[in-house]
Each structure stands twice: as C-alpha cells, then as structure tokens.
Design a protein around this ligand. Structure first.
Ligand code: SAH
Length: 262
C-alpha cells in the first residue's frame, strides 16, 4: 500500500531495522504498557507489539488506517487510536506507561510537557531533533542551557540513548536526530504543591536570555527589583547573575526560600 508522506504532520518514516530493534531493546518494555505517538506506517510499532504487554498508538493521519489496520490484525495487543495525541487523556490508563516514539518534531515541546505532567508515564524514549536533545541535556553556563533543560532535569533523569543520522529516515529530513531516554524521578525534588511555581519561576528566569535574573524575575513574578536583589543577596546569589549560570540545586533552593506570593 502506498502512502505519500505528509509534511504538515511531520512525517519522516524510519526504515532501518537494526536501529528500530535497538531503540526497542534499550527501552525495556517487555510486558509493559506502551504508548506510541505517531505510528506512521508502523515501522516501530510491530517491534513494540512483539515485546510489550499492550501498545496504544496515537495517529492523527487517518489515511494511514489501511496500513495500520493490517498491523492490528497481526498483533492482538495493538490498539491504534486515531486523533491528536496532544488531546489524549492518559489518566484513563490504570497502569504505569512507557512511551516509545519517533515523534513529529513540530510538536516536540508540547509532547514533552504532556509526558512530564502525566503521572502514570514512567519512562520515555523519544526520537527528537539532535539540537533539541542537546538543549534538553545541557548543563549550566553552556550556550544550550535553557528553561526546558532545567524543567526536564528537575522531573527526570535524562540521557542520550543514541545519535541518528538523517539518511535513516524517509523522506530524508534536513536535521540529524537523537533518541533521548527519560526516566521520571520516583519522588519529586520539592513539595508537589510547589511544582507549578517551580515551572513558572524557571520559565520566567530564562524569559529573556540577555537580561539578568533580577530583571527577568521582576517581570515574571511582580516583585520589585529591590526586593529581588535583597532576596538573592541573602541567598548568596550574585545580583548580576543570569539564569543560565544557575544549577538545578540553586533553582530548588531559591524556590523553597522564596518569601513572596507563589
Ligand atoms: N513512527 C513512524 C512515523 C514517525 S513520523 C516511524 O518511525 O516511521 C511522525 C508521525 O506522527 C506521523 O505518522 C504523523 O502522522 C504522526 N503525527 C503527527 N502529529 C500528530 C499528533 N498531533 N498526534 C498523533 N500523531 C501525530
């Protein structure tokens, strides 16, 4: 069955069997409940179904249904769900979930936030753009370090599983890729009630890269510059500092000690 790849859905299909098998092997999904985002023509899906207890694969492009339907006939534990993954309610699943996906790159960040926010998602192996992977794994003071690096590393242990060259996809995209492995922390690093404030604080701190922490926090949190300067000085943080210099531990400390409204 022929399928014309659709750019608007970020369709770049994988076709390297060894690569697919390696991703599945290193994702440790034997007998687990697996979510796939964008099965496409099912390249990854069949390997997932061979190992997992059950696979739920969300696909937005209904024109792939004839191909995916054949796969469903072959694997009794495979369930294709048609629709936008970003609208999916993952809380309906009563078990731990493990996500394995070659994600549509145009929605990498919203997918990532959704997975981080979904309590029953425990691990994820995601094929993403190599530059995005480098940014997510960046450490303080490197040029790639940003709000999302801090938020991801706050919620999970993350590492690079492998680099993937662009010619392993069809059609060949104009970027290289990498698979990021994400393992959610079993215990939050701060009181759960503070998590939304943590995210707001970190996003605010990085809002404008060239501005100091004082200026960015002043705008994001509605507290005067003078008060922020006093607070930072009390916490032994230089008032000229930019967010990119702060480690995760420093962010955690500032958020715990923050004396104003959260
Ligand atoms: N996993 C396949 C296809 C990857 S391409 C492979 O590796 O070969 C990305 C896939 O995500 C495409 O099938 C595309 O149609 C699908 N997709 C794009 N946006 C989506 C969305 N919002 N929800 C679910 N699937 C989506």
């Amino acid at each position: 069955m022929q399928h014309q790849a659709k750019k608007k859905f970020g369709q770049n299909f994988l076709r390297d069997k060894n690569l697919l098998m390696k991703i599945v092997r290193e994702s440790n999904i034997i007998d687990k409940y697996v979510i796939e985002v964008g099965p496409g023509q099912g390249a990854l899906t069949s390997y997932l179904a061979e190992q997992a207890k059950e696979v739920f694969a969300y696909e937005i492009d209904t024109s792939l249904a004839p191909i995916l339907h054949q796969l469903e006939e072959k694997h009794a534990n495979l369930n294709i769900v048609y629709g936008d993954f970003l609208d999916a309610d993952l809380s309906i699943y009563p078990h731990d979930l493990h996500v394995v996906a070659n994600v549509p790159y145009y929605i990498t960040t919203p997918i990532l936030f959704k997975l981080l926010e979904s309590k029953n998602v425990k691990t994820a192996s995601l094929m993403i753009q190599k530059e995005v992977c480098d940014r997510l794994l960046a450490t303080p003071s490197s040029k790639d370090y940003n709000a999302l690096s801090v938020i991801l590393q706050f919620q999970a242990h993350a590492s690079k599983m492998m680099d993937v060259k662009r010619h392993l996809f069809y059609p060949v995209p104009n970027v290289d890729s990498a698979v990021i492995r994400i393992q959610k922390r079993s215990q939050p690093l701060i009181d759960e009630a503070l998590i939304p404030f943590f995210i707001h604080f970190v996003k605010g701190a990085f809002k404008q890269k060239r501005k100091t922490l004082v200026n960015n926090l002043h705008e994001a949190l509605n507290v005067s510059k003078k008060e922020i300067e006093t607070f930072l000085t009390n916490q032994h943080v230089d008032i000229q500092t930019r967010a990119e210099a702060l480690s995760l531990d420093t962010f955690l400390m500032l958020i715990k000690e923050w004396p104003y409204d959260r």
